[in-house]
Ligand binder design. Structure first.
Ligand SMILES: Nc1ncnc2c1ncn2[C@@H]1O[C@H](COP(=O)(O)OP(=O)(O)OP(=O)(O)O)[C@@H](O)[C@H]1O
Ligand SMILES: [Mg+2]
Length: 236
């Protein structure tokens, strides 16, 4: 394992029928590092993220988290690992509409065995810092798109994950709100010592990440990978 590397994909290949979605991708993510994944529609960004996050099994290659093979695990084990070590922020539709915001945030803790009252108490501590003070009891339908994504960010970070994965988390928001939300995501991940792997179409987001990798036809463009010098510390 390369020093400081938390998550590493090597030689990742994924096919869907005759489509080669990933064609041999190597990507190493260091502790606390924020990596933006960019590239045209259909280039393989989501597939790469899903393979790295243990949501999808690559056809070839390997994924290791802190030196531990993820790709070979049984679904049950991978799912436990996702719950304990990873956080996720997707574009939309990820909050449970019938639960108040604070319970949405508390959910990953409860799934991990934390008693409800304590989980909710812990969840509440995230609202102020993320600019959501007073929204604890709102249902997702009563939140704006940007607020809902902040709740999703809190939910992704509440368990203290090693890596947060985000797939176009601001794609459904207007530009200003999108930038705001993305900045919150990058800063909150850095604050909590989590690495971040974020798929985005927004070139501006690169400003807040340590590194950008470009995907074309299932491969990473040269010059971006593997991990260049990274001194650690928070995002700019
Ligand atoms: N479940 C699937 N079944 C069949 N083909 C798939 C599946 N998922 C992805 N693909 C194909 O694999 C390729 C890569 O898809 P992927 O979703 O990774 O692209 P992407 O870069 O995330 O695109 P976008 O920016 O539009 O989200 C595409 O050609 C896509 O059609
Ligand atoms: Mg995608």
């Amino acid at each position: 394992m390369t020093e400081g590397v938390v998550l590493e994909g090597r030689g990742l290949v994924k096919r869907f029928g005759r489509t080669v979605a990933l064609d041999g991708v190597d990507l190493a993510v260091r502790g606390g590092e924020a990596v933006a994944i960019m590239g045209p529609s259909g280039s393989g960004k989501s597939t790469l993220l899903h393979c790295l996050a243990g949501i999808m099994r690559p056809d070839a290659g390997e994924v290791t988290l802190l030196g531990r093979r993820v790709d070979g695990m049984r679904e049950r084990e991978r799912s436990a690992l996702r719950r304990s070590r990873f956080g996720f922020v997707f574009q939309f539709g990820q909050l449970l509409p019938e639960l108040p915001a604070e319970e949405n945030v508390a959910l990953p803790l409860m799934l991990g065995g934390v008693p409800r009252a304590r989980a909710v108490q812990q969840a509440r501590t995230w609202f102020g810092p993320l600019g959501l003070g007073g929204m604890e009891g709102q249902r997702p339908g009563e939140l704006s798109g940007g607020q809902a994504q902040r709740v999703a960010i809190a939910r992704a970070l509440v368990t203290g994950p090693s890596v947060v994965f985000a797939d176009e988390p601001t794609g459904a928001l207007d530009q200003a709100t999108g930038h705001d939300t993305m900045h919150t995501l990058v800063t909150a991940a850095a604050h909590n010592g989590a690495s971040l792997v974020v798929v985005t179409h927004d070139p501006q987001v690169a400003r807040w990440c340590h590194r950008v990798v470009e995907v074309r036809d299932g491969r990473l463009l040269p010059g971006h990978t593997p991990s260049p010098e990274f001194s650690g510390g928070g995002a700019r």
